[in-house]
Design a binder for this molecule. Structure first.
Ligand code: NAI
Ligand code: MG
Length: 332
């Protein structure tokens, strides 16, 4: 039996989590659930955006499912701190186009593996001699670990190629090590093709030839920028899931925030959460079920009969959730 921590958060985080819980309930899995609070409403109630109790629940679970939160002015980000607490160093962001949704190109299907703990997001900034300095921390250890995740993802997804994205012509030391670490790990995967590209060229190739990518592995800031660019390629945040994984923990969350502009209206696209659940099931080695969920989302979205407004339809969150759930169950 798996123990799952559920942290709904605020706004549409709670709404898409309801969809997720509806689906998990119908799947009749041998899972148990524990609930944690985080975010803006939690702060108003308890005085903290991420209570110790929530961290404890996440640490004691086999996987954590997180909705989305509304940021609280002057308070630390609960999701960034939870990622740190769980030491989930790899951020996985799949990018996939659907026939039923407008996108720049057809047949886009790749994965960005972003280093989640260092790079320019190490948050070491200071002032010295009238200069403002931000440290770009790159370690061999973290670079090798993230490359290994990328190759393992390539293997399990039966993809062909891993592309290392860097800027080692300018950042000779830091990205020199990132690139060297990538090729060192590549030796353990002789059947997987490799190449490396500069980040600026990659930004262009994502527009001109997005189908040429299978797995991209890159450092923190580059991964952040390229993954938003990539989500824009294929139809937006309502279809964007993500997973954060480490050696001991997995934390799964839609890419989007609490969306105050549509919160409370019952029209948030639940696919972000349903696809996130599929990623969590993959992590828990429930591969068949994960595939079934991905296929059902694809079928329903391509069918175009039941879509939320962000995808051009007029269905509600629960209508789309139930349609996808039925599609999964009928496939049995
Ligand atoms: P957002 O991601 O909440 O919304 C951006 C736009 O995308 C909005 O127009 C929203 O309606 C739309 N959208 C997002 N998810 C959707 C879905 N599932 N279905 C349909 N439309 C969807 O970003 P925004 O508005 O910049 O931030 C709102 C709040 O969320 C802020 O307090 C922000 O700090 C927080 N935030 C939290 C994140 C998290 O919990 N991981 C991530 C990003 C932002
Ligand atoms: Mg971002």
């Amino acid at each position: 039996m798996y123990k799952i921590a559920i942290i709904p958060g605020d706004g549409i985080g709670k709404e898409v989590m309801e969809s997720g819980e509806y689906l998990l309930d119908k799947l009749d899995l041998n899972f148990s659930f524990e609930y944690g609070e985080a975010g803006f409403e939690c702060f108003n109630k308890t005085g903290t955006t991420l209570p110790e109790e929530t961290i404890k629940i996440a640490k004691n679970s086999d996987a954590t499912l997180f909705g989305a939160i509304t940021s609280t002015a002057g308070q630390p980000s609960p999701i960034i701190n939870l990622r740190k607490e769980l030491d989930v160093y790899a951020n996985l962001r799949p990018i996939k186009s659907y026939k039923g949704v407008k996108s720049i190109a057809k047949d886009i299907d790749f994965l960005i593996v972003r280093e989640n703990t260092e790079g320019l997001y190490s948050q070491i900034e200071y002032e010295q001699d009238n200069k403002l300095i931000a440290n770009r921390v790159i370690t061999k250890k973290a670079s090798e670990k993230i490359s290994e995740v990328a190759f393992e993802q390539c293997k399990s997804k039966q993809k062909q190629k891993v592309t290392c994205v860097h800027k080692s012509n300018v950042l000779k030391k830091t990205d020199g090590v990132f690139k060297e670490s990538f090729y060192k790990i590549a030796k353990n995967y002789p059947h997987i093709k490799t190449n490396d590209l500069y980040v600026d060229a990659t930004a262009m190739y994502l527009i001109t030839q997005p189908q040429s990518f299978d797995i991209i592995v890159t450092s923190n800031l580059f991964g952040d920028i390229l993954s938003d660019e990539s989500a824009g390629l294929v139809g937006g945040l309502g279809l964007a899931p993500s997973g954060n994984i480490g050696d001991k923990h997995g934390l799964f969350e839609p890419v989007h925030g609490s969306a105050p502009d549509i919160a409370g209206k019952g029209i948030a696209n639940p696919c972000s959460m349903i696809l996130t659940i599929a990623m969590m099931l993959d992590y828990l080695k429930e591969y068949e079920l994960s595939k079934k969920i991905n296929n059902a989302v694809e079928t329903v979205v391509n069918n175009q009969k039941t879509l939320t407004p962000d995808l051009g339809g007029n269905s509600t969150t629960m209508e789309l959730t139930k349609t996808i759930t039925n599609e999964i169950l009928e496939g049995d």
